[in-house]
Design a protein around this ligand. Structure first.
Ligand code: FAD
Length: 409
């Protein structure tokens, strides 16, 4: 059951003073950010998609591929793709078995296997799309593992090293107890989504940025039509799609307490020169910590070598505590750092990676940049995908629980 606090946690995208991620900074000035296909909103279309992150953009792509004759509009409250998709850690790693026990407990063995297979399939599709379209976006628990394997989960693509010394050698992480390696990717999420949206625009999709949708009501003239009300006027349509992730419960009250917006941090760290010089950190990492926390680590070697640290880092618990005292900040992606999160990053990097030490002035500089993004947490940890109960022809695809770009795609 949703708690009282969860019920109170909802809000629209923050209009001003939101933080700028590494990705959004790197595309500053791109015309797509503030694109409006037509100066005014059309009075009527077939399908209104709300949200221009990876979800809204891919839904538009699939709709124009399936029904090229349909009139489709994408309404975005702020700049194009400036929600979670434009501010994540850029790590695209299909979960192989980690979620298995929890999914099995909630949904049964067969469904748990399907969820994990879907992650793998989606990642493969994403990589194929990037390769086929030459998208300039890519620079490129042992018990659970065993249960997953015993239940018939596919593990032949995972290289397992259980000897701690060997694991530490392979990963470069001092206290590693085991190492599970499989194919994953890192990417520039904004550039990927922009590539898809530009193709959508060529196929007739109308994109309207800086257009907040405030309400959806029934048409008074026609029982089968909806009126999408926005700050710039209203549009009548047959079908509405919420691709609004963390913000869905602000627009549709029945989702309050079920999709809970929660800020997460991403830290951009400049590693010491010793590491840069020897071209260390060859791979991206998902590091599982003893109490179930996780660091997602994405070295950007082709972008001046910052290393992005995201994931449910141990310092995130303090941020969650702070949120219970400040529920009105649940959609605040203006946070430019959170002390406990940055300290956990610093402790991990300096304690676990060999040669990660700085001269004092470099150290202060190294950890100073961070940004925030809003995740939409669902009660059961899996997204909402389907028709909104009781609202015919209103569809939702939201609440990715930080997991992730690949589920959204
Ligand atoms: C800090 C952070 C780090 C992450 N790291 C990773 C990672 O490394 N790997 C990974 O796979 N995933 C990661 N994720 C999760 C991933 O980014 C999300 O699951 C994914 O981007 C969700 O995509 P989306 O399109 O559904 O949502 P969003 O990208 O949030 O898009 C929703 C859009 O809807 C718009 N919108 C909402 N309400 C309205 C309204 N009323 N009117 C008009 N527009 C509206 C918003 O402005 C927004 O642009 C991370 C998330 C965060 C926050």
């Amino acid at each position: 059951m949703p708690t009282g606090l969860a019920q109170m946690s909802f809000g629209f995208p923050k209009k001003h003073n939101y933080s700028l991620s590494h990705w959004l900074q790197s595309v500053h000035g791109d015309a797509l950010l503030d694109h409006r296909t037509t100066p005014e909103l059309p009075q009527s279309v077939d399908i209104v998609i709300i949200g221009s992150g990876i979800t809204g953009t891919l839904i538009a792509k699939n709709i124009v591929a399936t029904w090229p004759e349909k009139k489709v509009i994408v309404l975005e409250a702020r700049q194009f793709c400036s929600g979670a998709t434009g501010r994540n850690t850029g790590h695209c790693k299909p979960d192989q078995w980690r979620g298995f026990k929890r999914y099995e407990g909630l949904f049964g063995t067969e469904q748990a296997l399907k969820i994990l297979q879907n992650e793998q399939q989606t990642w493969s599709d994403l990589v194929r799309y990037i390769r086929e379209n030459e998208v300039d976006s890519a620079a490129n628990a042992n018990d659970i593992f065993e249960s997953y394997k015993a239940a018939g989960g596919k593990v032949d693509n995972i290289k397992v090293t259980k000897d701690p010394m060997e694991a530490a050698k392979i990963s470069g992480i001092k206290d590693a107890q085991a190492c599970y390696a499989w194919s994953a990717s890192t990417l520039h999420p904004w550039k990927l989504v922009a590539h898809i949206m530009r193709d959508n625009l060529r196929r007739g999709v109308n994109l309207q940025t800086n257009t907040l949708v405030t309400k959806i009501t029934k048409s008074l003239r026609n029982d089968y039509r909806w009126i999408v009300q926005s700050e710039r006027g209203q549009i009548e349509c047959a079908t509405v799609v919420y691709a609004t992730n963390a913000y869905s419960s602000a627009l549709e009250p029945s989702l309050r307490g079920l999709i809970v917006p929660t800020p997460h941090m991403c830290n951009k760290v400049i590693p010491p020169k010793t590491i840069q010089d020897r071209q260390g950190l060859e791979n991206s990492y998902g590091v599982l910590l003893p109490k179930g926390d996780l660091f997602s680590i994405n070295p950007r070697r082709n972008e001046g070598y910052p290393v992005l640290f995201g994931g449910s880092n141990p310092g995130q618990h303090e941020l969650e505590k702070w949120l219970t005292e400040n529920p009105d900040r649940c959609t605040d992606d203006g946070l430019l750092g959170f002390r406990s999160v940055t300290e956990a990053v610093q402790e991990f990097a300096e304690g676990q990676f060999k040669d990660w030490t700085y001269d004092p002035p470099d150290r202060t500089e190294a950890y100073k940049e961070a940004w925030s993004g809003i995740m939409g947490l669902s009660l059961d940890g899996v997204p909402f995908v389907g028709e909104v109960p009781g609202l015919a022809s209103q569809w939702i695809c939201a609440a990715y629980h930080g997991q992730y770009v690949k589920k959204a795609s």
